[in-house]
Design a protein around this ligand. Sequence first.
Ligand SMILES: NC(=O)c1ccc[n+]([C@@H]2O[C@H](COP(=O)([O-])OP(=O)(O)OC[C@H]3O[C@@H](n4cnc5c(N)ncnc54)[C@H](O)[C@@H]3O)[C@@H](O)[C@H]2O)c1
Ligand SMILES: [Zn+2]
Length: 339
Amino acid sequence: MKKLTYKFSNTSTDFYFAYGIGHLKKLADPASTILITDENVYNANEKRFKGWNTMVLQAGEEFKIQATIDNIIEQLIAMEADRKTTLVGVGGGVITDITGYAASVYMRGLRFGFIPTSVLGMVDASIGGKNGIDVGVYKNLVGTIRQPAFILHDMVFLNSLPQAEWENGFAEIIKHACIKDVAMFNELEAKSLKHYQGRQTAICDLVQRNAIIKAAVVKRDEFEKGERRLLNFGHTLGHALENQYELSHGQAISIGMTYACHISEQLTGFKETEKVLTLIDKYNLPTYASFNKEKVFDVLKMDKKRERKEMNYVLLEKIGKGVVKSISLKQLEKIISNF
Ligand SMILES: NC(=O)c1ccc[n+]([C@@H]2O[C@H](COP(=O)([O-])OP(=O)(O)OC[C@H]3O[C@@H](n4cnc5c(N)ncnc54)[C@H](O)[C@@H]3O)[C@@H](O)[C@H]2O)c1
Ligand SMILES: [Zn+2]
C-alpha cells in the first residue's frame, strides 16, 4: 500500500496504490456516491460492489459515445444526483473516460474518482484528467480535461482480466519504456508477461512505476504544450487504425510504435528499431500491418496533434528518449505511402 498525491494546476489527485476497494468508504460516502462500471467487470466481481449504488453499462469501445453519456445523465437525474454526488468509475479505460466526462459536464461538474480495473486503465487511461468519447472513426474527439479527486488500485480486479486485455495494457507499458525509461525496457526484455502475471509484487511494482511515469509527465505539462505530447508515441497512426480496423487500443498503438520507429530512423537517426519490435512481439502484440494508406491518412489528418499543415509526431532518438518533431503533412503522407 502506498499513497501519493500529485498537485495539478487547480486541484490534486490522491493515488492509493494496492489499497483495495474496501478503502473507498473512507474516500466517498456510500449514500451520496454512484459507481459506474461495465457488465464484464460487474459480473466477474459482483460482491465487491455490495453496499454501493451502481450503474452498470454495456462493455466496449463502441459504447464510448455521446449516446451513453446522455443515458448516464438521464439515470443521474432519475437517481436525484446533485452537486454533492461523487461518481466513481470502476473499470477499464472506456469506463474511466466516460465517468470522468459525465462527471465533468453534469451540473457543470461533480467530484469524481477512479478504480481502474485493467492494466491499461491502471498505468494510463485513469491518469491525467483527459476524459472523452469517440465520434464516428475519430477517437477521443470530444471531451474535457479535469483531474479525478482520487485513483485507487485494487489489484484483485486483475484476477478476472482476460488474457488479451493483459497484452493490451502492456502496449502502454512498452510505450513508457521507449520514451522515458531504458532501465524498464531492459527489465521487460529480461522478464515476460507470464512473470508479471504470476507474481503479485512484480505486477504491483510495474504498475506503480508506470502510473508514476505518467502522473509525473502530466504534472509537468498538464495541458499538453510540450512533454506530455511524448505520451502519444505510437498513437497518431495508432488512433487512425484503431476504429477503422477493429483493433484493440494496445494492438493499434503497437503497430503505430513500429512505424514511428521507422520514421525515427529517417528523421532522428534512430538505430534500435529491431529491439523495439522484438519486445512488442515478445508481449504478443502486433508490429506490421497492411492497411489502406489513403484512408488511414485521411483520418490521421484530423488528429488533435495537427497544427495547420504540420503534425507533431513523437519519435525516438534512442530507447528511453522520445522527442517530438514537427513533420509537414506532405512529408508524412510521402513517408506513409512508402511503407
Ligand atoms: N484518458 C486517457 O488519457 C486515456 C489514455 C489511454 C487510453 N484511454 C482509453 O482507454 C480505452 C482503453 O482502455 P481499456 O483497454 O482498459 O478498455 P476497456 O474499458 O474497454 O476494457 C477492456 C475490456 O476489458 C474488460 N475489463 C476491464 N477490467 C476487467 C476486469 N478486471 N475483469 C474483467 N474484465 C475487465 C472490459 O469490460 C472490456 O471488455 C480506450 O477507449 C482509450 O481511448 C484513455
Ligand atoms: Zn494509449
